[in-house]
Design a protein around this ligand. Structure first.
Ligand code: UDP
Length: 340
C-alpha cells in the first residue's frame, strides 16, 4: 500500500511510518515540522519507499501518484502545544481534516482519523466507552483541542455517510514512549526529565486525578489494524491500566532511582479528573489489546530520555522556569503512598 501520514514526523506518526515501512508499505509523510521533528524520521529519509513533504495539512494536501490510505495525525497534541498555537490547532483539525478526507475520497482510499480521549472531556462515565458523548466545555481552555477533534469526528462521519469515504475514527488515550519531546509539558515526559536532572517532580492539583498510559508501540499496532480494516469506529485505543498522577510520579522515581521531592502546583482549568478507556470494541472489532505493561514501557522511555541528556536538561530547566509558582513541596516515597 502507499499510505499518506499527516503528522508523520511527530511522536506517534514517526512510529507509524516505521511500522508501515517495515512491513513493506510505501509512506508519504506530510508534516510542517511545527511540533513534529525531522530527527524523528531522519533514519527513514534514505529509504526509497519513504517520502517527506514539508507542508501544513491545513493549507491543502498535494500528493501526486497513487494513494491507498490516509492516516490523519497532524495536530498539536500536548496542552503546551495547543495552548501556544490555538488557532492552528483548530485549523488543522477542521481544514486539515477536510483536505485529508478529500484526498482519500478522490483516490477511493481508506481514511483513519486520529481523534482523542479528549472528546470525552471531564467524563461523567467511567471507564469511557465509545457510546459516551462526553462532557466538554466548548469555551474552556482545552476547547481548542477537544472541540476541534469533535468537529474532525463529525466531518469524518459526514464524509463517510454522504460521500462514501471508507473512513474510521480512533480515539487515542494518553500515549508515551521514545521520541516524546522532553519539553512537551506532558506528565510522563516532564516527570522523567525532572527525575533525570534531579529536580522536584511537579504534580498538578493533589495528584489524585487518574490517567491510563499506553505505550506507543501498542498504539501503533492499533492504528495499523484500523488502517487495514473497514470499521468506521469510533474505536478507543488505550491501555486500561489506570493510575493516579502521584502513583506515576513514584513509579518514575523508582525507575530512575531517585527520591526527589514532589512539588504540588495548581490544577490547570478543565483538567479531567479521571480517564480510562473501555477497549472492548477494539478487542472485538480489531482483535487489539495493549501488551506492554506501564512499568516496562516507562523503563524503555527512561532509557530513551537518558540517551538525550542535552535535550532533557534544557527541557527540565524550561519546565522549572514555567512552573516557578510551586506552592508545596513534599518528599513522597513509595512507602508513603498506599498501593492502588
Ligand atoms: N500533570 C502533572 N504534572 C505535570 C504535567 C501534567 O501533574 O508536570 C498532570 C495534568 O494536570 C493531568 C495529567 O498529569 O492531570 C496528565 O497530563 P498530560 O498533559 O500528560 O495529559 P492530558 O491532561 O492531556 O491527559
Amino acid at each position: 500500500m502507499r499510505i499518506v501520514i499527516t503528522g508523520g514526523a511527530g511522536f506517534v506518526g514517526s512510529h507509524l511510518c516505521d511500522r508501515l515501512l517495515d512491513r513493506g508499505d510505501s509512506v508519504v509523510c506530510v508534516d510542517d515540522l511545527s511540533s513534529g521533528r525531522r530527527a524523528n524520521i531522519a533514519h527513514l529519509e534514505h529509504r526509497p519507499s519513504f517520502e517527506l513533504i514539508v507542508a501544513d495539512a491545513s493549507a491543502g494536501l498535494a500528493v501526486a501518484g497513487r494513494v491507498d490510505a490516509v492516516a490523519h495525525l497532524a495536530s498539536p497534541a500536548s496542552p503546551v502545544d495547543y495552548h501556544s498555537r490555538p488557532i492552528e490547532t483548530l485549523r488543522v483539525n477542521s481544514l486539515g481534516t477536510q483536505h485529508a478526507l478529500e484526498l482519500s475520497g478522490g483516490h477511493g482510499a481508506r481514511f483513519v482519523l486520529a481523534s482523542t480521549s479528549e472528546v470525552y472531556g471531564d467524563p461523567l462515565v467511567h471507564p469511557q466507552d465509545e457510546g459516551y458523548f462526553g462532557n466538554v466545555n466548548p469555551v474552556g481552555p482545552r476547547s481548542v483541542y477537544d472541540e476541534a477533534k469533535r468537529f474532525a469526528e463529525a466531518l469524518t462521519a459526514a464524509y463517510a455517510r454522504t460521500r462514501g469515504v471508507d473512513a474510521g475514527i480512533v480515539r487515542i488515550f494518553n500515549t508515551y514512549g521514545p521520541r516524546m519531546r522532553a519539553a512537551d509539558g506532558r506528565v510522563v515526559s516532564s516527570f522523567i526529565a525532572q527525575a533525570l536532572t534531579g529536580r522536584p517532580l511537579t504534580v498538578y492539583g493533589d495528584g489524585s486525578q487518574t490517567r491510563s498510559f499506553c505505550f506507543v508501540g501498542d498504539l501503533v499496532d492499533g492504528l495499523v489494524r484500523m488502517l487495514d480494516s473497514s470499521d468506521p469506529g469510533p474505536v478507543n485505543l488505550g491501555n486500561p491500566t489506570e493510575m493516579t498522577v502521584v502513583e506515576l510520579a513514584i513509579m518514575v522515581q523508582r525507575l530512575v532511582g531517585t527520591a526527589l521531592p514532589i512539588e504540588f502546583h495548581e490544577l490547570p482549568g478543565d483538567d479531567p479528573l479521571q480517564r480510562r478507556p473501555d477497549i472492548a470494541r477494539a478487542s472485538q472489532r480489531l482483535g487489539w489489546a495493549p501488551r506492554i505493561d506501564v512499568e516496562s514501557g516507562l523503563a524503555a522511555t527512561v532509557a530513551w530520555f537518558r540517551s538525550q541528556p542535552d535535550e532533557v536538561e534544557a527541557a527540565a530547566a524550561l519546565l522549572a522556569g514555567n512552573q516557578a509558582d510551586g506552592v508545596r513541596r513534599q518528599l513522597l516515597s513509595t512507602a508513603a503512598v498506599a498501593a492502588p
